[in-house]
Design a protein around this ligand. Structure first.
Ligand code: ZN
Length: 275
């Protein structure tokens, strides 16, 4: 089905080098986007109350707040500081009316090689967070990251792991499915099906460039890479996902250098053609 701009949400990282949050909101409205997905530092730069007011008045939906997590930042025992910061992230997500708070869970603890321990710490941190987030009514969306980030960003790397965590943690927690992180997974369709509608909380698109020149900052515009985007969209929509399709492109050497209005026009055109 052809994607209208009203189905799209702009993850503000896509024009991070060009626009402030205020400019992103204006840009989304100008181009007819249905939603926006800000980062916490956007809210802090703008002031949370001001950001919440601007977003509310814009009529844009918020497909997610990026991001909580990093449970292993202070070691394999999740610190109070980390939990408190995640609770603040929940409060901020509530303030802006976000559909979910996206979790980048954290990688190995500093100076360790204990991947299993890191995963145990993440499960523990999420458990602690859910005690706060569940009664507050803020859905927590775990974003499985591509395994190349297991050491430094996220040690939850597949939808299978997310489903297992969700089974442990109970309601209110689900997945943010980002094609960049999940496209390679031979079990993707099966695990998206296992997640089902309640756990599919966000869907992020961009493309995988060949070659990829930077592990973090060289994501492609939809259509410039090798991901079968419409196929993965069909997996999530087969489960009843009707939420926004969030465009999230980290691109230091290309899209961050372009006129942001051109970037948004390109996003709309490519989403229609390739997603
Ligand atoms: Zn993402």
């Amino acid at each position: 089905m052809t994607l209208l701009p009203s189905r799209l949400s702009l993850n503000t990282v896509t024009v991070r080098e060009q626009w402030s949050l205020e400019q992103c909101i204006d840009g989304c409205i100008r181009h007819g986007f249905g939603g926006i997905a800000p980062w916490r530092h956007d809210l802090h730069d703008c002031g949370i109350d001001t950001a919440a007011k601007l977003i509310r008045e814009s009529g844009l939906k918020v497909s997610g707040l990026i991001r909580g997590g990093f449970f292993t930042a202070d070691g394999l025992t999740v610190s109070d500081a980390v939990i408190d910061d995640n609770k603040r992230a929940v409060d901020e997500a509530l303030a802006i009316g976000a559909d979910c708070l996206v979790m980048v869970v954290g990688g190995l603890a500093k100076d360790t090689k204990d991947l299993h321990g890191a995963r145990m710490a993440v499960a523990h941190g999420l458990h602690e967070l859910m005690i706060y987030a569940r009664p507050a009514g803020m859905p927590i969306a775990i974003e499985p990251l591509h395994p190349m980030y297991a050491a430094d960003r996220g040690c939850i790397n597949t939808m299978r792991q997310v489903n297992e965590l969700c089974d442990e943690l109970g309601p209110g927690v689900g997945a943010a499915v980002d094609v960049y992180h999940t496209w390679w997974d031979p079990n993707l369709e099966r695990e998206i099906e296992a997640a089902g509608p309640n756990r599919l909380m966000a869907f992020h698109v961009c493309d995988w460039l060949v070659p990829t020149r930077d592990l973090l900052l060289d994501r492609g515009m939809m259509g410039d890479g090798v991901i079968d985007l419409s196929l993965i969209r069909s997996y999530v929509e087969a489960q009843g996902y009707t939420g926004l399709i969030e465009v999230e492109i980290f691109s230091r050497d290309n899209w961050w250098r372009k006129d942001p209005d051109d970037v948004l026009e390109t996003v709309i055109r490519r989403a229609k053609e390739f997603v």
